[in-house]
Design a protein around this ligand. Structure first.
Ligand code: KIV
Ligand code: ZN
Length: 510
């Protein structure tokens, strides 16, 4: 097979990154984008883990038809039943069963002997295979599992009906040579291995997740599990965009293996995930970082002007970076806005367009030149947010060199206005305290950062925050030409996330 199956787990392992909680609407939005991107399998969540996760997987399964939709389950009947129920509306449902096989996990976490692990793996795969035709099995912590025992488990689950066997490097312990050899050894030592696809799932604790995945592919793996922007547990998972572009850029090394990913949609998808999870992408991040295609040194700039390939191995357009230019201004009309949005790949309904035009006009009153990034910020912050519970209606700040900062804030909820005043350590703190008085929730700011969306003194500032409410860490962001307004909106977005019905703080799986 010359195709590598892309299995995206942004909505499951990616969402396990602390502070990356997504609500149902956000998951549906990301799943839609992943499907448009060309992802073969979308792991939408872990249905048994919480009511919220169950509902999200169910909604994604009903909404997204082009990709297979997968639900995770431990090797337990109740987990498999929950995954099956959540996936009922999927066109191509997949149940992903996992059970740890390494000595350390079996002894300390599961307290089970080898034979019992084999029996449970076999029974759970048999049970899941009766419910859906497509079952994947993961021997968790496979890279630290005794190889002979791993071969035995893999052979058993394939006999029991697993169509994909995934070999997770759960704790990111492996190294490319070693991990590639493990995949080759599985191919050589498991007699029925040709009846299943070998998949890999690498974590980035040593910064080797992508290298390990690529080494595995060279040794016979044909499915890669990855996430957008590499988000995930601890140091994260292998990044989808890096894997896809490595395979595409070096066909000489990977024997012409290809994926179904439409690379020109990568940047857009990366932005969406960053915005909805609140995880900013580092400027030097490969493929999707803001500096990934910027040439600073004079020698490099000169080379690129003479021939781009002197210093560019990927064309920015190939991953969906577009040329930034001055686009619109105060006098631009609705048609011009629609055309520009179309040019940068944003489709809106007529109602959304009308709202975007209003916002665009009010931004154009404050800012002379409107760039593509400004339009993206408008759409991401104001248009595509699902019916917010609280909205910022107005605010006033009094702050100065010797004055105690004070804020007056008015929020809207279901058409009614609520207002409060507060002082604070600074204008943002005063504002957040006033918002807390109105909502009755107390958020503690864990992280706050601001960057300008474009260049120029009148640029919009994009504020990204993480706040703790009760035991949850919630990420959110917002942009405005007024940084206090952006800060207040980001805070309100976080509160809305917390308050949305779908958001449940139920225990995550270990
Ligand atoms: O890292 C891991 O082992 C996992 C499994 C559930 C596949 O995420
Ligand atoms: Zn994982």
């Amino acid at each position: 097979m010359d195709k590598v199956i892309i299995f995206d787990t942004t909505l499951r392992d990616g969402e396990q990154a602390p502070g990356a909680s997504l609500n149902k609407e956000e998951k549906i939005q990301i799943a839609g984008a992943l499907s448009e991107l060309g992802v073969d399998v979308i792991e939408a969540g872990f249905p048994v883990s919480s009511k919220g996760d169950f509902q999200s997987v169910k909604s994604v399964a009903a909404a997204v038809k082009k990709s297979s939709i997968c639900g995770l389950a431990r090797a337990l009947k109740k987990d498999i039943d929950a995954a099956y129920e959540a996936l009922k509306k999927a066109h191509r449902p997949r149940i992903h069963v996992f059970l740890a096989t390494s000595k350390i996990h079996m002894k300390y976490k599961l307290k089970k002997a080898k034979d019992e692990i084999v029996r449970l793996s076999c029974d759970s795969v048999k049970y899941a295979s009766k419910l859906v035709g497509d079952v994947e099995f993961s021997p968790e912590d496979a890279s630290r599992t005794d190889p002979e025992f791993l071969f035995r488990v893999v052979e058993t689950v394939i006999k029991a009906g697993a169509k994909t066997v995934n070999i997770p490097d759960t704790v990111g312990y492996s190294e490319p040579q070693e991990y590639g050899s493990l995949i080759a050894a599985i191919k050589n030592n498991v007699p029925n291995i040709n009846k299943a696809v070998i998949s890999v799932h690498c974590h980035d604790d040593l910064g080797l997740a992508v290298a390990n995945s690529l080494s595995a592919v060279k040794n016979g793996a044909r499915q890669i599990e990855c996430t957008i922007n590499g988000i995930g547990e601890r140091a994260g998972n292998a990044s989808l965009e890096e894997i896809v572009m490595a395979l595409k850029t070096r066909p000489d090394l990977f024997g012409g293996l290809s994926t179904a990913i439409k690379s020109a949609r990568i940047y857009k998808t990366s932005r969406l995930v960053s915005k909805l999870t609140g995880f900013t992408v580092a400027p030097n991040k490969a493929i999707v970082g803001a500096n990934a295609f910027r040439h600073e040194s004079g020698i490099h700039q000169d080379g690129v002007l003479k021939k781009r390939s002197t210093y560019e191995i990927i064309s920015p357009q190939d991953v969906g970076f577009y040329e930034t230019g001055l686009v619109l201004g105060k006098h631009s009309g609705r048609h011009a806005l629609k055309e520009r949005l179309k040019a940068i790949g944003i489709k809106l309904s007529e109602v959304q367009l009308a709202r975007a035009f209003e916002l665009f006009k009010s931004l154009a009153d404050k800012k002379k030149q409107i760039f593509d990034e400004d339009l993206i910020a408008i759409v991401e912050d104001e248009i595509r947010v699902s019916s917010p519970i609280w909205q910022l209606d107005d605010f006033r700040i009094n702050s100065g060199f010797r004055a105690v900062p004070e804020a007056w804030v008015r929020l809207k909820r279901k058409g009614k206005n609520f207002q409060a005043e507060s002082s604070g350590d600074g204008p943002v703190d005063a504002c957040y305290k006033a918002i807390d008085k109105i909502t009755g929730l107390k958020g503690r700011l864990v992280d706050y950062s601001i960057h300008s969306v474009t260049a120029g003194k009148d640029a919009q500032g994009e504020v990204a925050i993480k706040i703790r409410i009760k035991n949850d860490i919630i990420s959110a962001r917002a942009a405005s030409t007024d940084i206090i307004e952006a800060s207040a909106k980001a805070y309100i977005n976080a509160i809305n996330k917390f308050s949305s019905k779908e958001f449940r703080n139920e225990p995550r799986p270990s």
